[in-house]
Write a protein that binds this ligand. Structure first.
Ligand SMILES: Cc1ncc(COP(=O)(O)O)c(C=O)c1O
Length: 492
């Protein structure tokens, strides 16, 4: 146990030790019946006389906070739980140092997302039905297969699996990733792949590398709240480019490129979060051309490109890129498991080395054990099988949600069928407060995300994001019924 003691202090050492332990017991960190270190051990580790520890323990015993049992040692007393608690978080805000106070209201850290998490509600097995999640259904995660894979990998690779590993990422995994991408028509070499801790880190690394505070980043409006939060936290100037049914409006982007000069264009061309829209084929070519013409990097976030339920694949921007102008980012979070925290960047040219350096500075490397397990899991073809399973389940769920909404939702609420991905973007009539809808829905045990999370200015617009993928169909039906009632009440 590490007890901070000050040998220069006028307070005797035994008293400092007694006060520290007392604080730990009363704050609940040392719980009833927990064994305290043996006096000899503690005296040795603190470099004090054993009598000092005995005196501290005797003092605590006299206060009823600990008891000793002959031959077994000293323990936190059972009755200590009934003592008035010292709860750290009860320190009033003005009691914290000034630098902590200055964090609030700096504008760099969003409160919107915290609010939306509150509205997302509790976890699956309760009566709460959440359409607010950002990933697929955890009930479909291949837990047992992955457990076996982890075991196999630990036996096979031993201590190497628990070491830092290669900075760019576990090479066999990069080989597999390059194989998956090439198979999808995105030519990739393993050396052009950098494994990251989720695609959130991938986007963060690119932003850290290419942008400085005050620089402008162009994004779709609306866009992924995690990207907005990230860009805000870096003090970037966020310029929005509106979407239509074919994705980002490139005539507006062109104007922004000419007038404002963003240093990066961040885009989600497939099953855009939150709207579910795909960027049209012709626009993809034009976007890559614009990036080249204005010498601006394009960050392509392909977070669910593989979750397609109908129609044919559109070319990745990366495929249309001839000279390394597009940085491509993807993740295993959505179609496999977000808890793996494995995403990756595909890039060409000097930028890749810098990104690797950024990654090293950020977290040294992603977990070697998880990368090895993922590689082992994917190479036996289970990835494709899992993808097929997930796609067929999510397609049915999307259809079920749309059926239920068609049957029950009040007139004037619209949506467009997403051809893939996770989200349905619901459009109530103009003037509807979606924050209010989300609050009322939460009261009826339904979670959804109001529009405010997806706009840089945090203004409420008449849109709601529903995740149709992470609930079984019967819960979707019940959730849609509750949501319809809420909307009916809201719209009068
Ligand atoms: C568009 C988009 N990009 C990136 C991410 C980050 O996901 P992860 O870090 O789990 O790969 C998300 C998560 O919701 C997302 O929606």
């Amino acid at each position: 146990m590490r007890i901070p003691i000050d040998r220069e202090s006028a307070t005797p050492l035994y008293r400092q030790i007694e006060q520290f332990l007392r604080q730990q017991i009363l704050s609940g960190r040392l719980t009833p019946e927990m064994r305290l270190p043996a006096t000899r051990e503690l005296a040795h580790s603190l470099g004090v006389n054993r009598i000092t520890i005995n005196s501290a323990y005797a003092e605590l015993e006299s206060q009823g906070l600990i008891f000793s049992s002959l031959g077994a040692g000293s323990f936190v007393s059972r009755s200590s739980a009934s003592f008035p608690r010292i709860v750290r978080n009860e320190i009033p805000p003005e009691g914290f140092p000034a630098w902590q106070g200055s964090l609030a209201g700096s504008g760099r850290w969003s409160e919107a997302v915290t609010r939306h998490r509150d509205l997302a509600g509790p976890q699956p097995d309760s009566g709460f039905i959440s359409f607010a999640g950002g990933a697929g259904d955890e009930r479909l995660f291949p837990v047992e297969e992955f457990r076996k894979t982890l075991q196999v990998v630990l036996c096979r690779d031993g201590h190497q699996a628990l070491d830092y590993g290669e900075r760019r990422g576990y090479r066999p995994l990069r080989v597999t990733i390059a194989g998956i991408l090439t198979g999808e028509g995105i030519p990739a070499h393993p050396d052009q792949v950098l494994v990251t801790s989720g695609s959130q880190q991938a986007v963060a690394l690119v932003a850290h590398l290419l942008l400085s505070p005050g620089d402008t980043v162009a994004v779709e409006v609306p866009t992924y709240s995690g990207a907005l939060d990230l860009f805000r936290s870096l003090d970037l100037n966020i310029v929005g480019v509106p979407l239509d049914a074919e994705g980002m409006r490139l005539e507006v982007l062109e104007q922004v490129l000419a007038d404002v000069g963003p240093r990066l264009v961040y885009t989600i061309p497939n099953f855009h979060n939150p709207t579910g829209i795909c960027l049209g084929a012709e626009r993809r070519r034009k976007l890559v051309d614009l990036g080249a013409r204005f010498d601006v990097p394009i960050l392509e976030d392909d977070y669910v490109g593989d979750l397609r339920y109908e129609g044919s694949d559109l070319p990745a921007l990366k495929t249309l890129d001839v000279n390394g102008g597009v940085i491509y980012v993807r993740t295993f979070s959505k179609m496999l498991m977000p808890g793996l925290r494995i995403g990756y960047i595909l890039a060409q040219g000097p930028v890749l080395g810098y990104l690797e350096e950024c990654k090293r500075v950020s977290d040294l490397s992603s977990s070697s054990l998880i990368q090895r397990a993922l590689e082992s899991y994917i190479t036996v073809g289970r990835y494709q099988a899992h993808l097929r399973r997930a796609c067929s389940a999510y397609r049915r769920r999307r259809d079920r949600l749309m059926e239920e909404l068609s049957a029950q939702i009040p007139h004037g609420v619209r949506w467009r069928a997403p051809a893939g991905g996770l989200f349905l973007w619901l459009e109530p009539p103009p003037g509807t407060s979606t924050t209010r809808v989300a609050e009322m829905a939460a009261e009826q045990s339904v979670g959804l995300v109001p529009s405010t999370c997806f706009y840089a200015d945090g203004q409420d617009r008449p849109f709601l994001r529903l995740n149709f993928a992470d609930q079984p169909e019967d819960r979707i039906a019940e959730g849609a019924a509750r949501l319809s009632r809420v909307l009916r009440a809201c719209l009068g």
